[in-house]
Write a protein that binds this ligand. Sequence first.
Ligand SMILES: C[S@@+](CC[C@H](N)C(=O)[O-])C[C@H]1O[C@@H](n2cnc3c(N)ncnc32)[C@H](O)[C@@H]1O
Ligand SMILES: [Zn+2]
Length: 268
Amino acid sequence: MSSIQETLEILRCPICGCGLEFAVNILRCTNCNRTYRVREGIIDLLPEELVFGSDYKWMNFYDRSASSYFKLFHRIIPVFTFGAEGRASRRWVELLELKRGDTVLDVATGTGKNISYLINKVGSEGMIYGIDISLGMLVYAAKISRKRKNIVLIRANASHLPFRDNCFDAVLHVGGINTFEEKELAIKEMFRVAKSGAKIVVVDEGLNPKMRNTLRGRILLRSNALYASMPPIVEFKKLASEVRVEWGLIPNKLLPMWPYYLLVSRKP
Ligand SMILES: C[S@@+](CC[C@H](N)C(=O)[O-])C[C@H]1O[C@@H](n2cnc3c(N)ncnc32)[C@H](O)[C@@H]1O
Ligand SMILES: [Zn+2]
């Protein structure tokens, strides 16, 4: 982990928004006195009162399925898709326009699948902050972060980020926003914590409307209800004039298994 002092400079209490101080394995809010635990290298900034509705259901789901998710996405799928998933992730990270030494936030980092691509861009002089609502998922991400000093993992709700305003050079989010209980708030939070001019890239499941009435499209839509999701363009356009949408398929058009949308934006 980076020096705790460096991290404290950008963290804030998720309840009252004030600064935090370090006191032997706990962080304490300097205003409301609330304490937060640090365990297994993960800072827990998720008080129970910040988990609502469907977020609770998905948090438990991912806590239970973290081990299978790790095996599937880190071991099986990369082989099974002939690396197509990795190539897609690399491209999403490219869109962030990161430079060496940048500080980047990975919202809903899960088992940390995108962290290695981010490290390649920011180098050992940069910083990567990964937040996720599921401690079970973060425990797997911690296996990667333990080997590096520039990865900080935090348990937090994407819609109540424990960071000060304007602290990230770029923000990435892959694969969760469709089910977030407070989707619009999560988007506002990504913009709030990004620096002016920072790229914000959001990816989640969604089938290109042009494919929805084809035979392949109908089969896909029947296989996973989330493939009917549409990108939250309206919410993005409230915050930025520069918003681009792309649709994609992993591994490819011949074998479309995971349809996704991609939103690329820049904080004004
Ligand atoms: C499909 S996984 C994607 C993980 C990772 N981004 C990746 O590409 O492998 C979705 C992740 O979203 C997280 N998640 C769901 N709701 C969340 C919320 N409200 N705040 C933060 N994380 C959330 C889950 O715990 C899970 O790790
Ligand atoms: Zn506080």
